[in-house]
Ligand binder design. Structure first.
Ligand code: KIV
Length: 259
């Protein structure tokens, strides 16, 4: 059995693989210190950092900046950065923008799509740029899709997902994110590829899980996807701290008036 070109990256991951997004130095450092195995600078930053309705306005310059600041916070974890929409329309663009993310500090890059992306992935692999796949619900296609939908519900869709996962692996993907894939289909995909699958909204059968940091820590109270379990109340903590600060200022003002 031949070894994967990016076996050293795969060797840094062990089941169950823990992946979370981070977009800045302090949260990246906290995730790394907590022992998270892989940190994703996701283009979800368009929503949870920039307040846009989806990921389709994120630029490569934004991804480079966030990759650079996240890199500073990481000691152990594998750092993967997203290639945003329209930065990999051709193999040449994928290569150029992939290189820019690696220069910014990423260990690997991720782009969305299956069989139709194979030529781009081969180009990245041949240039020694480690690549993570992303199948299922593809947030960058949300407008064409008319919303966020579960994938793999029909036999045809399930077959295409399985064939895509195998094609991504053959083209050099070291791991594959499965987003909003029917749990049983995610199980079949996981059994049909050698490299790890990382699920989000795809059930328990993947080799690991990825979540958006803000969902996990309760830092984006205005929207939480139905599959995300909230483990903290960061927005509550911020609100309490800000109330405390406002009270402090009010008390100072009272003192000033009485002095
Ligand atoms: O951008 C992102 O955060 C992602 C995850 C949802 C997998 O791609």
């Amino acid at each position: 059995m031949s070894t994967h070109p990016h076996q050293s990256l795969i060797d840094r991951l062990h089941t169950p693989i823990s992946v979370i997004t981070a977009y800045d130095y302090p949260t990246a450092r906290l995730c790394d210190e907590a022992g998270i195995q892989m940190i994703l600078v996701g283009d979800s930053l368009g929503m949870v950092v920039a307040g846009c309705p989806d990921t389709t306005s994120v630029t490569i310059e934004q991804m480079i900046y966030h990759t650079q600041i996240v890199r500073r916070g990481i000691n152990q974890a594998v750092l993967v950065s997203d290639l945003p929409i329209h930065t990999y329309d051709t193999p040449e663009a994928a290569l150029e923008n992939g290189r820019r993310l690696i220069e910014a500090g990423a260990d690997a890059v991720k782009l969305e799509g299956g069989i139709e992306q194979v030529e781009k992935i081969r180009t990245l692999t041949e240039a020694n740029i480690p690549f993570c796949g992303h199948l299922g619900m593809l947030p960058q296609s949300v407008h064409e899709e008319g919303g966020y939908h579960k994938k793999g519900k029909t036999l045809m869709e399930a077959d295409r997902l399985i064939a895509s996962a195998q094609a991504l692996e053959a083209a050099g993907a070291f791991a594959i994110v499965l987003e909003s894939v029917v749990s049983d289909v995610a199980r079949i995909i996981t059994a049909s590829v050698r490299n790890p699958t990382i699920g989000i909204g795809s059930g328990v059968h993947c080799d690991g899980q990825v979540r958006v940091l803000h969902d996990v820590i309760g830092a984006f109270p205005w929207f939480v996807p139905p599959f995300a379990k909230i483990h903290g109340d960061v927005s509550g903590t911020i609100r309490t701290a800000l109330d405390g600060y406002l009270s402090e200022i009010a008390a100072m003002e009272e003192k000033r008036m009485n002095s």
